[in-house]
Design a protein around this ligand. Sequence first.
Ligand code: HEC
Length: 169
Amino acid sequence: MQRVGEDGSLLTMPLIEYFGSGSTKVDLRRAPAMPRPPLMVKYLIVFILLIMASTVYADPVMGQKLFNDKKCRLCHRIENPGTVFKPICPGLKAVKKRHSRQWLARWLKDPQAVWTENGADVQDINRRYFEYRGKRPGTRDSFMATVIGKQIVLTDEEISHLIDYLESL
Ligand code: HEC
């Protein structure tokens, strides 16, 4: 069933019936109360939000301190480009151009696993190392994996701070 509205437009009757023409007042006081979450759940939500905030606001200053405390500096010099292996390992300047945040997180967590599966990058580090030493590229195990995860254990939060620092170089 159709009729022509005052402005000449076609109004479909079923629609008007569905939405109603007048305003119907909804009494909010009589609306059923929302079920309240138990207190434990509220604490849990606050706790999760705090953890998220601490990861998001990880900062390079903390990372710099960790870089010294966690003995990264024994092997790496951050002032050196990655082609300079002094004292014994690649410099870390502009390392973010070479690696994504995700790669760095996995590398710091478990260098041996990344070394084994991430062929291209590993070969690149190896190639640069052997080039620097004036030798032909060879295959060896990850040197960093001999200490990281064994003598030097990093938490996820520490890794996040360290990456913030590495990315600021
Ligand atoms: C025992 C020496 C040693 C220590 C300690 C060490 N590293 Fe390494 N790191 C290496 C070596 C060697 C490599 C090159 C790959 C390999 O052989 O494992 C490397 C590679 C890296 C790379 C990748 C560099 C590139 O250009 O691709 C990053 C990033 C890195 N290390 C960060 C760290 C951080 C952060 C720490 C401290 C938590 C640390 N390393 C501690 C020896 C070390």
